[in-house]
Design a protein around this ligand. Structure first.
Ligand SMILES: *Cc1c(COP(=O)(O)O)cnc(C)c1O
Length: 395
């Protein structure tokens, strides 16, 4: 069977204006990195998020933003970090790499994200920080989670890699926590060529450390120098956090990516609205089949980065097989609970009290849902789904 609807590694097709924005930076950029497009992208991103200027830092991908956020947590031996087991591996390992002891939180089965309750269940006096992942594009209950964290003096980092533009009461995901990260990877709803990311840091003192951490410890010299060339560029210094030295990195993003990011901010709300409308059409058209359970949200709290469902009749694999073999539609299963991967088993992190994460993974289906699916492909996938669901009922 030829593939008719692929699970694509690419989320978007760019408009001519967006392509022109990249070409403009290629032609006219005064530098190809760390220039005016970077400054403008950060500024416009902060405006989009409703955040103060100077709180957003573009970086080369989501993981580099996660690594910087982990450094800024300043973990001490024994500090714990709570993270959902049901997420992409990048939400978790950067914190282990910077010295945190990972503790798995369960998800809510209906929304597939953590709640204040599932987090509270695993807090200890050693909990230093919590990573809240707005997986699939749905914003977790941030007001309740922030209230819990504030009452215990715990830092909150939002992994908004999949949820750009989604909001609760007009506050966008990534604007609730102490820090947040975004990804502009090829798969995401906003992409800057293949890679890109953003770090949000709300505390001004911590934010001051980010440019040097991002760029090899480079920082300006204090005061005037008589000869600008002695030595070339600026100073190099060791970023310090509460008396602890932090190693710098080079996590810079190029000017072409930033130029594209600026242009994409103009279209992201439309992309999200189009994905949401399609998701609702799909979900509603299959409402006669309650054995396939979706998470239906008709507000901007969900951007439907991904379209995921649960098969409640135990026929998940038969469904995926039939969709592929008979109809050429490539569905996949995503987000093996992290504690079940060799990586985390080898770190001694195989134990998790996350029954919902396990139950969800073991019955989940992720449909191809890139923004550029044609209407014809989309309708084919819908008709194929109905066909297979009918067949499975009589099998
Ligand atoms: C994509 C993603 C990341 C990592 O982003 P990159 O830009 O690929 O480094 C982190 N967390 C989640 C939930 C993601 O989906």
């Amino acid at each position: 069977m030829d593939i008719k609807v692929n699970f694509s590694g690419r989320a978007l097709k760019y408009t001519e204006e967006e392509i022109a924005a990249v070409v403009d930076a290629m032609r006219n950029g005064e530098t190809l990195t760390q220039g005016r497009y970077l400054q403008e992208f950060q500024k416009k991103f902060a405006i989009y998020q409703g955040l103060p200027e100077g709180s957003c830092f573009a970086v080369m991908n989501g993981v580099s933003a996660l690594e910087l956020s982990a450094q800024l947590c300043g973990f001490k031996p024994g500090d714990e970090l709570v993270v959902p087991s049901h997420t992409f591996t990048a939400s978790a390992y950067p914190y282990a790499k910077k010295g945190a002891q990972l503790v798995w939180a369960d998800i809510d089965l209906a929304t597939r994200v953590v709640t204040a309750e599932t987090i509270r269940a695993v807090l200890t006096p050693r909990t230093r920080a919590i990573v809240v992942v707005h997986l699939y594009g749905y914003v977790a209950d941030m007001p309740a989670i922030m209230e819990l964290a504030r009452s215990r003096g715990i830092l909150v980092i939002e992994d908004a890699a999949q949820s750009i533009g989604a909001d609760i009461g007009g506050v966008r995901s990534g604007s609730f926590g102490d820090m947040a990260i975004f990804s502009f990877h090829s798969h995401k709803n906003l992409t800057t060529l293949g890679e890109g990311g953003m770090l949000v840091v709300r505390d001004e003192k911590l934010a001051e450390l980010v440019p040097a951490l991002r760029h090899n410890g480079h920082c300006p010299y204090p005061g005037e120098r008589q000869d600008y060339w002695i030595p070339a560029m600026g100073n190099v210094d060791l970023p310090m956090l509460d008396g602890q030295a932090l190693w710098p990195n080079n996590y810079c993003i190029g000017e072409m990516e930033c130029a594209l990011g600026i242009a994409m901010l103009e279209r992201i709300d439309r992309i999200n609205a189009e994905k949401r409308a399609r998701a609702l059409r799909f979900i509603d058209a299959l409402s006669a089949y309650p054995e396939l359970e979706f998470h239906r949200v008709d507000t901007t709290r969900h951007n439907y980065h991904l379209l995921a469902a649960r098969m409640l009749n135990g026929k998940r694999d038969a469904f995926i097989r039939a969709m592929y073999n008979k109809h050429g539609v490539k569905c996949v299963v995503q987000y093996l609970p992290l504690n079940r991967y060799d990586f985390y088993v080898k770190l001694g992190l195989e134990h998790a009290d996350c029954a919902n994460a396990d139950a969800f993974y073991d019955s989940m289906i992720s449909f191809p849902f890139q923004h550029w699916l044609t209407d014809e492909e989309f309708e084919h996938m819908l008709a194929a789904s109905k066909h297979v669901l009918e067949e499975l009922r009589s099998s």
